[in-house]
Write a new protein. Structure first.
Length: 334
């Protein structure tokens, strides 16, 4: 990575760290960070909706033999074809932030089913679905450092929503969020483990309250900004272990967070279920993936999450199956 590019990224990070920030939605957080980066004049900030002359001539720095600058691209891409074209224009470099979830659409999270699958299978892309502005801020800062100081290849992708998610993260939380998941309360255990990403995390939190209030079942809560990163690291560790059978086994962040236990794992996403299906082979417990289309056209409601948790516990013989029937009659599942 050229020294001038790394220096520009360091100035961008310094500007963002010195700017005032508060707990807001992922979308608002990115917009605020974009304004700061524009003021710093050390980054390219591209707003896809803008008609400005500078964006119209974009990306002129690719056409000149000048040093690369950090790139933050704010866009609305509903399909994998649109995002593929966009990433090609950026030479698959930069931080791409998609606010399509905030637009009216017949598709889950505003994205056609091909889009999340393309993100998950594209080796150049590291996709995130942050639940809060605090997670979003940590991911953007990490992306600037990884891409433009460390010189790592590829691009970061963030799905943005406009629901406020007030949450304070410790330094350890931020590090773990970048790896794919972190606990909402450290040191807590539960009868069931509930995982949520993006806006779906809100329903997961509500489901945990219902489980405790209505069924006296404790839930351990995890925010998972990137199911894909978790799955990729787990797959890489498994492959390494196969190739090196005589040396100590490598672990991964997913298994470190979810060690073998009788507590079932319910993983929830607002995208279609295949996004959480990626974890199935690496969770050493009963695993229940829930996504758009699993039980509802949209992301599963808190009530379906409760029913899924009860069913998993019943299948483990830890509660009576009659409780599942009672829950299905009690809650509005339509």
């Amino acid at each position: 990575m050229p020294a001038s590019t790394a220096h520009a990224a360091q100035l961008c990070i310094a500007a963002l760290n010195s700017a005032a920030h508060s707990h807001n939605s992922p979308l608002y957080t990115v917009m605020t960070m974009a304004n700061t980066l524009e003021s710093s004049r050390q980054a390219w900030v591209i707003r896809a909706q803008s008609r400005s002359r500078r964006v119209g001539s974009w990306p002129s720095w690719f056409a000149r033999n000048t040093a690369e600058k950090p790139l933050l691209y704010l866009h609305s891409a509903a399909s994998s074809a649109q995002l593929c074209a966009l990433s090609a224009e950026t030479a698959q470099r930069g931080i791409l932030c998609n606010d399509i979830e905030n637009h009216p659409s017949a598709w889950p999270k505003g994205a056609q089913p091909s889009l999340p699958l393309w993100l998950a299978t594209n080796p150049h892309c590291l996709p995130y679905d942050p639940a809060s502005g605090t997670e979003t801020r940590a991911i953007v800062l990490a992306g600037l450092h990884a891409l433009y100081i460390d010189g790592k290849p590829g691009f970061y992708y963030l799905a943005l929503h406009d629901r406020d998610g007030a949450r304070t993260l410790s330094e350890q939380d931020r590090e773990d969020a970048l790896k794919g998941m972190y606990p909402l309360q450290r040191g807590h255990t539960g009868d069931v483990r509930l995982l949520g990403a993006g806006r779906a995390l809100e329903e997961v939190v509500h489901a945990a309250r219902l489980l405790k209030q209505d069924w006296n079942i404790r839930a351990q809560l995890w925010s998972c900004p990137s199911y894909t990163r978790l799955a990729r690291e787990a797959a890489a560790a498994e492959r390494w272990n196969r190739l090196h059978p005589t040396v100590p086994r490598r672990s991964c962040h997913l298994r470190s967070c979810l060690p073998g236990s009788e507590a079932p794992v319910i993983a929830v996403t607002g995208y279609p279920q295949p996004i959480v299906d990626q974890l199935a082979g690496y969770v050493d417990a009963r695993f229940v993936p829930l996504g758009a289309g699993t039980v509802q056209a949209s992301a599963p409601s808190r009530y379906w999450i409760v029913v899924a948790a009860l069913r998993a516990l019943a299948d483990e013989g830890r509660i009576d199956s009659q409780q599942v029937k009672t829950a299905m009659a009690r809650y509005p599942l339509a």
